[in-house]
Design a binder for this molecule. Structure first.
Ligand code: BES
Ligand code: MN
Ligand code: ZN
Length: 484
């Protein structure tokens, strides 16, 4: 999709040829003398558009305007949540007419956040999955023009939003593909294709290299499947070699059946989404390629399937992680932490300024936070503040969760250094406590995206979260130079 930002010229707007001219109004709208604002003022005065977010007036072939359709859209006070609600309702109305071009017109200068939410919502609402359908309707929308009173003040935010959208869409696409079309090898192919873009490099390790590294925990998860594992290493080099990188680690379980501790059949199909952490890392690299910030970023993706077979790891088996800690695998369905712990140890070699892992890690996190905020776990205050702030600015929200040592009690076992499960209470936190054991060498944060990475039900599909949050987090490092 093609995005463009322009400065408002009321005279030119009348002749703007577009399938739909979407006019976003806030409560503090003050009409000018141009024909469009005169019309809007009349509509408001007549009470034909109530000043509430999501209220619309749809006008077909408006006289004196070149657009095919004019949609007056109220966004209330113009807050991010109001803009999201209104734009998604508006596109719902437009969608059946399959618009190729839409112009978003802000009569008042929007806040940067409102602008970003508007284009991100439009992209989300117009996305169409087609990869495995023979009669798929592709996305109709090709071009989004955004018109504001002063484009110069919003240019940076707009470009960032457009880049983030490209990343979000890559993450959605790979999240949505079924597990037989999104194997570890396929994901490695995506990463290798990203390495064609400027400043990006990629290495892919297979079973032999991973065995040589001693990643016993990762191997244990992969061993039940005939599909070979992949360990993907992406690098974005936008700063000098001496600049410590941020490492992003994405859980890449391309299908999670639970293994021998097999999951119930209902909704097991949704475990194709268990690589959404990995997909978000791929998406971030797509955005970095576009934005070219002066930072270094490493992406690590341990990718494999978790399946039951005669070769599967069994409950009670003890494995040795890359860092040397032994782990008793009491539940083979707690596999995410096993692939991540070896990737975290691998991250040490980059002497990172920070490591952030992203994982659809626990059903418990879905119970705790639902689909609104991702769970964020860190003992580092600066990292916590930076991630919360990035969540706010991108409106890809997260919530800080506790990491008290007492939560690790349940992970104790008589048969290894640590067990991979610690009982049901506080399950998202015990999972984070398990990971924390592998993070002594760097500031670390963990994002549990089990509730936010995809939607269930009729609108089932990947969301592309938390690409928006991660892009804002990394771009803030670019201007600050280094983690506070
Ligand atoms: N991928 C799942 C977590 C998950 C479950 C995400 C449902 C979204 C919806 C993870 O590998 C898992 O199975 N976790 C277990 C951990 C338990 C065995 C300690 C869980 O949450 O049930
Ligand atoms: Mn599992
Ligand atoms: Zn899983």
């Amino acid at each position: 999709m093609n995005f463009a930002l322009k400065t408002l010229d009321p005279a030119r707007l009348i002749s703007e040829k577009t399938d739909a001219l979407l006019v976003l109004l806030t409560k503090d709208f003050k009409p000018g003398k141009d024909a469009l604002s005169v019309l809007v003022a009349r509509v408001l005065k007549a009470g034909d558009l109530s000043p509430k977010a999501g209220q619309m007036l749809d006008i077909y072939r408006p006289q004196g305007l070149a657009c095919a359709r004019l949609l007056l859209l109220h966004v209330g006070e113009g807050a991010a949540t109001e803009v999201r609600k209104a734009v998604s309702a508006a596109f719902g109305l437009l969608k059946p007419s399959k618009p190729k071009g839409v112009t978003l017109l802000f009569l008042n200068q929007p806040a940067a956040q409102a602008l970003r939410v508007a284009v991100t919502t439009l992209a989300d609402a117009s996305y169409a999955y087609t990869a495995t359908k023979t009669k798929a309707e592709p996305r109709s929308l090709e071009k989004v023009d955004v018109v504001v009173p002063d484009e110069s003040a919003l240019r940076t935010d707009f470009e960032r939003a457009a880049a983030a959208i490209a990343g979000i869409e890559l993450a959605k696409e790979w999240g949505n593909r079924p597990a037989n079309y999104a194997t570890p090898t396929h994901l490695a192919g995506v990463a290798q294709a990203l390495a064609e873009l400027p400043k990006i490099k990629c290495d892919v390790l297979g079973p032999k290299e991973v065995a040589k590294l001693g990643m016993g925990a990762f191997q244990a998860v992969a061993q039940g499947s005939d599909e070979p594992l992949r360990f993907i290493v992406l690098r974005y080099n936008g700063a000098s070699k001496s600049t410590a990188p941020v490492v992003l680690v994405g859980k890449g379980i391309t299908f999670d059946s639970g293994g021998i501790s097999i999951k119930p059949a209902a909704e097991m199909d949704e475990m194709k989404f268990d690589m959404c952490g990995a997909a978000s890392v791929l998406g971030v690299f797509r955005a970095l390629a576009e934005l070219q910030p002066g930072i270094n970023v490493v992406g690590l993706i341990p990718a494999c399937e978790n399946l039951p077979s005669g070769r599967s790891v069994k409950p009670g088996d003890v494995v040795t992680s890359m860092g040397g800690q032994t782990i008793e695998i009491l539940n083979t369905d707690a596999e995410g932490r096993l692939v991540l712990c070896d990737a975290l140890t691998y991250a040490e070699r980059f002497k990172p300024q920070a490591v952030v892992d992203i994982a659809t890690l626990t059903g418990a996190c879905v119970i705790a936070l639902g689909a609104v905020r991702s769970g964020m776990f860190t003992a580092n205050q600066a990292l916590s503040a930076a991630l919360v702030q990035a969540g706010e600015s991108s409106q890809d929200l997260c919530w800080s969760m506790p990491l008290d040592d007492d939560y690790a009690e349940g992970l104790k076992t008589s048969f290894a250094d640590v067990a991979n499960v610690g009982g049901r209470p506080g399950g998202a936190i015990t999972a984070a406590k398990f990971l924390q054991r592998f993070t002594d060498k760097f500031p670390w944060a963990h994002l549990d995206i089990a509730g936010t990475a995809w939607k269930s039900g009729a609108a089932k599909g990947a969301t592309g979260r938390p690409v928006g949050l991660l892009v804002d987090y990394l771009m803030a490092l670019d201007t600050r130079g280094k983690l506070a």
